[in-house]
Design a protein around this ligand. Structure first.
Ligand code: NAP
Length: 325
């Protein structure tokens, strides 16, 4: 049996279970030029909230990064091939060879990492630090939502690139401990513990050279206040905008005063850097110097709750739904 999660109503605010329906049916049969893939892992990501407003057609399973195994093929793909593709929120998908990347997982690296630190999540962190933040050895980096998927990759990659001090913010004391104990952050704080500007000034007393922004709002304002002369702010995401009133920074003049550069970016413009990411990270993953931080949620039935959890901070690391065995 094949199962998929359809969007059936446009959500208002945080989506609720009733915005989706679980739909069962027979697995689709491949026709010439397509292959049937049984999904093993599917990704849920904050950007999907935007798709739910207009782009994700109602009554369908929508898109999403996924990894699956070819189980039937009327293409050059072979039965048993592991493939990365974009037909998520379902247990079975029909794919065309042009739309998939055949994966050859490196020894000692879990397959799920190819949806996390070796997938779009890690690539976002890598290009945000190297291409946008232009991190140089010895510099201080501040990462917000630092215990999440992109954040846990960004902190570890910054360290590996030779950052002098890596500072992170997260939403609980347990996450702060995780940043310090497991992910190699030098300093970390819970952004609920007081004005973020004060917490950041304490964690980065000599200022910040590169801010990797996953959150926006008061964390962006705090970062602007702590930036050093000619600092760079890589604007990756603004997840705080989904939780009600989040005024923009009130201190934009800091950009002029300190000669700062703010640049937004989309990982989709950097997909050509995927081989570079793997070449850089795989040895660090194999040595254990970098860990693929993940929250694995079991079963496609739990995909909606896994997605909702991103906005409640339920996850540490990349949230991945395990679909098959
Ligand atoms: P994630 O960080 O794994 O999950 C979201 C995290 O955000 C939660 O765990 C939560 O952690 C934190 N959060 C939620 N609401 C918050 C709020 N109101 N204030 C502060 N923190 C909040 O998700 P991700 O996939 O790695 O994405 C992180 C960010 O990167 C998102 O903004 C996403 O849109 C963006 N992104 C951008 C690109 C790109 O191409 N530009 C690509 C991928 C992702 P706490 O417990 O710490 O609050």
């Amino acid at each position: 049996m094949a199962r998929s999660v359809h969007l059936v109503r446009r959500p208002s605010g945080l989506p609720v279970a009733g915005d989706f329906a679980i739909v069962d049916g027979e697995p689709p049969s491949p026709r010439d030029g397509t292959a049937l893939v049984e999904n093993l892992y599917v990704s849920v990501d904050p950007y999907m909230r935007g798709l739910m407003d207009d782009t994700w057609p109602l009554g369908t399973a929508g898109e999403g990064r996924s990894i699956g195994r070819v189980v039937e093929s009327r293409t050059d793909l072979r039965v048993g091939d592991l493939v990365f593709h974009w037909r998520g929120w379902r247990t079975h998908a029909l794919v065309e060879p042009a739309d998939v990347r055949v994966l050859r997982p490196a020894d000692g690296v879990p397959l799920s990492a190819y949806l996390g630190i070796l997938g779009g999540t890690g690539l976002t962190a890598y290009v945000g630090l190297t291409r946008v933040g232009r991190l140089r050895p010895g510099e201080t980096v501040f990462v917000s939502a630092a215990a999440g998927g992109v954040g846990s990759a960004a902190g570890q990659i910054a360290r590996t690139l030779g950052a002098g001090r890596v500072v992170g913010s997260a939403g609980s004391a347990a996450k702060v401990r995780h940043l310090l104990d497991d992910l190699g952050y030098d300093a970390a704080f819970d952004y609920h513990d007081g004005p973020v500007a004060e917490l950041l000034a304490k964690a980065a007393p000599d200022g910040v050279d590169v801010y990797f922004d996953n959150v926006g709002g008061d964390q962006l304002e705090a970062a602007l206040g702590s930036m050093r002369e000619r600092g760079r702010l890589a604007l990756c995401g603004a997840i705080a905008r989904h939780s009600g009133d989040q005024p923009g920074p009130r201190n934009l003049f800091e950009i002029i005063r300190k000669n700062l550069r703010l640049e937004g970016f989309s990982v989709r413009d950097h997909l050509a850097s995927q081989p570079e990411l793997e070449e850089f990270l795989v040895p660090h993953l194999q040595s254990g110097a970098v860990v693929p931080a993940e929250t694995i949620v079991e079963g496609i039935d739990n995909a909606v709750e896994a997605f909702r959890g991103l906005f409640r901070g339920d996850n540490t690391g990349k949230t991945i739904v395990r679909v098959g065995s």
